[in-house]
Design a protein around this ligand. Structure first.
Ligand SMILES: Nc1ncnc2c1ncn2[C@@H]1O[C@H](COP(=O)(O)OP(=O)(O)O)[C@@H](O)[C@H]1O
Ligand SMILES: [Mg+2]
Length: 362
């Protein structure tokens, strides 16, 4: 066992492109990353952010844990996409027990199909003073029971009974928040954009508060499909070409014909993603006019696309950086050299965030 049997925590991020797992331990100096890796998600095993075929997905999770030699004891996993409804509500000061009751009533207002088929949970995220009254800021989280059960079933097939099933976007946030770049003065907002294969999560935070959260159905697969169509290639071949030669850096686009062609195919779809981010930022700014917009943190596999940070910075008129979830954690330079961290980091944000939550809370 690692570290003479020290308690370890495992984060498993069930993405539609890849399943990622990270094992961490908490030590006196902070959270140490022990193992990290991924396997491709079997085709069709995850749809709209949730397990569609629990047996096949479970098998792939098992393979990943075996490869990494992880014993899945204290596990946190996630559920993503539009399966989850999150709302920030304000309640008068009350006990935790009372909040739990009130949240059920509130949930009725936000959920179209009635709460009895839903799993409803909450988190008290802060307190505010409103018209001289203290009020609690509560994050209400709800998901259809059937979807939660399917996700749990896939994990069970892999022999896992998770301690926590978190929301994917929250996991991303936790994965990137430890970075020194995310430490900003009060009154400055940060934007987190995780661009996966099928979907993109957009979050805006201000201090400790989550101000806005959206999941939009666009991501790297749109780029690959467009390449496949325009260049008459199979999806897999288009994917390979995109990751090998796709670039948005002007100097590289100018110098290479294929890169130029890929650029022209990808740009309209990247403009769509930029427009979604801009819409979220605009909405936030109309509601919180005094807040200054800070950086945009990019994560997810598509953040590896060369020059995407610069491209989005120009489109949005904001500073854009590629997030590094390894930052703020301790990792052994031999197991995770700089080059490896850079290569796998952005896509690992959620898995690292989940494992960190385990180390911090369990
Ligand atoms: N070097 C790269 N250039 C462009 N896109 C990439 C690169 N590496 C990975 N991607 C894309 O990232 C997406 C997968 O990201 P990931 O965060 O793992 O997705 P998910 O969370 O949906 O499993 C895919 O669309 C993949 O093509
Ligand atoms: Mg993802």
């Amino acid at each position: 066992m690692p570290l003479f049997g020290a308690r370890t925590y495992v984060g498993i991020d069930l993405g539609s492109h890849a399943i990622k797992a990270v094992e961490v331990a908490r030590g006196p100096q902070g959270i140490r990353i022990l193992r990290a890796g991924s396997v491709p998600t079997p085709s069709g095993a995850i749809k709209d952010g949730v397990a569609a075929d629990p047996e096949i997905l479970g098998g792939a999770i098992r393979t990943l844990l075996n490869q990494l030699r992880i014993q899945p004891r204290r596990v946190l996993a996630d559920i993503g996409g539009q399966a989850v409804i999150v709302r920030e509500i304000k309640l008068p000061e009350m006990t935790r027990e009372e909040v739990s009751q009130a949240v059920k009533f509130e949930a009725e207002r936000y959920i179209p199909y009635g709460v009895k088929d839903m799993v409803v949970d909450f988190d008290i995220v802060g307190e505010i003073l409103e018209g001289g009254q203290r009020r609690l800021l509560v994050l209400l989280v709800a998901a259809r029971k059937e979807l939660v059960d399917r996700q749990l079933k896939a994990l069970e097939v892999a022999g896992i009974h998770p301690e926590i099933l978190d929301v994917e976007a929250f996991a991303v946030l936790r994965g990137l928040r430890g970075s020194p770049l995310a430490q900003v003065p009060d009154g400055e907002a940060l934007v987190y954009v995780d661009i996966g294969a099928d979907a993109t999560d957009i979050l805006v935070t201000e201090g400790e508060s989550l101000r806005l959260m959206r999941n939009v159905s666009t991501g790297g697969n749109n780029l690959t499909r467009a390449i496949s169509l325009a260049m008459d290639l199979e999806f897999e071949a288009a994917e390979e070409l995109k990751t090998r030669q796709g670039t948005l850096l002007p100097e590289e686009v100018e110098g290479d014909r294929t890169s130029r062609e890929l650029y022209d195919i990808m740009v309209p779809h990247l403009m769509d993603i930029a427009a979604e981010i801009r819409r979220s930022v605009d909405y936030f700014q109309t509601r919180f006019q005094k807040t200054r917009m800070g950086k945009v943190f990019l994560s997810g596999g598509t953040a590896h696309l060369k020059g995407l940070d610069r491209f989005l910075a120009t489109e949005l008129g904001l500073e854009v950086v590629v997030g590094d979830p390894f930052e703020g954690c301790i990792c052994d330079e031999r197991t995770f050299p700089e080059e490896v961290r850079r290569r796998i980091g952005p896509a690992m944000a959620a898995a690292i965030g989940l494992a960190k939550r385990g180390a911090e809370e369990l």
